[in-house]
Design a protein around this ligand. Structure first.
Ligand SMILES: *Cc1c(COP(=O)(O)O)cnc(C)c1O
Ligand SMILES: [Zn+2]
Length: 425
């Protein structure tokens, strides 16, 4: 049973009961993001290691810390509990002490976003909704479409014109109603907001739905449980809107506050250099983030090929800045070329195939090591947030070219003579 107490406005601190508001009416949609608070002592009493050891290997094992009303269905049942992979060759290449990959490419719709969409769909069902909607550059949408298909809800999806084909294919095959909006993401987002209001659809847009970050929190809870006796110093996450890093930070914190673990880890928040307003705000020491001002300056950013983090006007900026600062962590930025290199390394040295935004966190580890933020003994968990098959052109831009040869053994031998042996691989 949930131990949710109330929702608190991240700007003015006002409290709201569950169901009373989705954003703070006093602060408005752009600033009044709400944050769920739980009865942590009560959650701690139920969430002992022994008790959760007997529970299903999914996000639903943390039900006391999830915002599902009594009797709500918990769907899809197969969400979460992705593997944590030790990557010693990658650690050696990066010259850090240890790297573990939290492999969220293995989520059912192949991205981290399933964690949030599962909460959205379960709450929508509990509220009796028949239709659900979101605006997304891709993964929030494909995960919502998948979760809705499992739950028997209609998904309405607003995507920008530039969505990668793999993600679009997922939406259509999962049976969503897809609106491809001929405009930038932030404009598609506003249109979706209006449509939810007008047609009464359940809204799965992160900034206005305070429960989604609670799903993303399970990424942090799982890392905490998987590393319980063997803590990392850092957790690296790529950042677009900021909801993911804030959620993971909240999960790590609540794991500590409920006694699941006793350690704290720092957050390494990674933005693409072409869309890095939060990294810039962090460097400037900002406590808050003005999304409206950021929208006005959006054209200043050149953008990134990592579509899932191509967010010049992040909607969860304040939460993200706060989570990173509170953890004693850092923001770094990475170029598209560094992301491509990280994608190659991740594939070659760990067997994980990530989309560009999914490899960006790893690129951030390399950048942080070079900048001296991480030392030679750093122990890092790196989130791989989305699968590479979602964005084939992106992957092929990162990949080396194949060897084109005539069908002769000597041609193979000639290639072998000019490429490094496996030892240097
Ligand atoms: C959404 C997403 C992110 C970033 O999450 P935000 O909440 O937008 O910061 C990172 N990687 C992938 C693959 C994503 O889909
Ligand atoms: Zn407020």
């Amino acid at each position: 049973m949930t131990t949710l107490l109330f929702l608190r406005c991240v700007t003015c601190g006002a409290r709201y009961a569950e169901g009373e508001a989705n954003v703070c009416p006093a602060c408005g949609t752009d600033k009044g993001i709400l944050d769920a608070e739980y009865d942590l002592p009560r959650a701690a009493a139920a969430l002992t290691r022994e008790a959760i050891a007997r529970r299903p290997l999914s996000i639903w094992r943390y039900r006391e810390l999830l915002p599902l009303p009594e009797g709500a269905p918990a769907l899809p049942a197969d969400t979460g509990w992705t593997p944590l992979l030790d990557a010693p060759r990658l650690a050696a290449a990066l010259e850090v002490g240890r790297v573990r990959i939290k492999d969220d490419t293995r989520m059912a719709s192949a991205s981290f976003k399933d964690r949030a969409s599962a909460i959205a769909v379960s709450r929508a069902l509990a509220e009796g909704a028949r239709e659900i909607a979101c605006a997304s550059t891709g993964n929030a949408a494909s995960s919502l479409a998948r979760c809705a298909a499992v739950a028997g809800l209609r998904a309405n999806i607003f995507v920008p014109a530039a969505i990668p084909e793999g993600k679009l294919a997922q939406l259509l095959i999962y049976g969503a109603r897809v609106f491809k909006v001929e405009a930038r993401y932030d404009i598609a987002w506003r249109l979706c907001m209006d449509a939810c209001e007008r047609f009464g659809w359940y809204n799965r847009n992160c900034a206005v739905n305070p429960y989604l970050v609670e799903g993303k929190k399970t990424g942090g809870l799982e890392v905490a449980e998987q590393c319980a006796g063997d803590p990392p110093g850092w957790v690296a996450v790529s950042v677009g809107d900021g909801c993911t890093v804030a959620g993971i930070g909240k999960g790590l914190r609540e794991a500590r506050e409920t006694g699941l673990v006793s350690w704290r880890a720092r957050l390494l928040a990674v933005q693409a250099a072409g869309a890095a307003p939060l990294a810039q705000a962090f460097e400037a020491g900002a406590e808050n983030f003005d999304v409206v001002a950021a929208e006005g300056e959006a054209a200043r950013w050149s953008g990134t090929f990592a579509d899932s983090i191509n967010c010049p006007a992040p909607r969860n900026g304040a939460k993200a800045l706060r989570a990173v600062r509170e953890s004693g962590g850092h923001f770094v930025t990475v170029s598209d070329e560094e992301i491509r290199e990280a994608a190659r390394r991740l594939g070659r040295l760990t067997g994980v195939f990530a989309e560009p935004a999914g490899a960006a966190a790893l690129a951030g580890v390399a950048a942080a090591r070079r900048a001296g933020i991480l030392g030679a003994d750093a122990d890092v968990v790196v989130f791989a947030t989305g699968h590479g098959l979602k964005d084939l052109p992106g992957a092929l831009r990162a990949a080396p070219a194949p060897h084109v040869i005539p069908p002769r053994l000597d041609a193979v031998a000639q290639i072998l003579a000019t490429t490094p042996p496996p030892g240097n691989f």
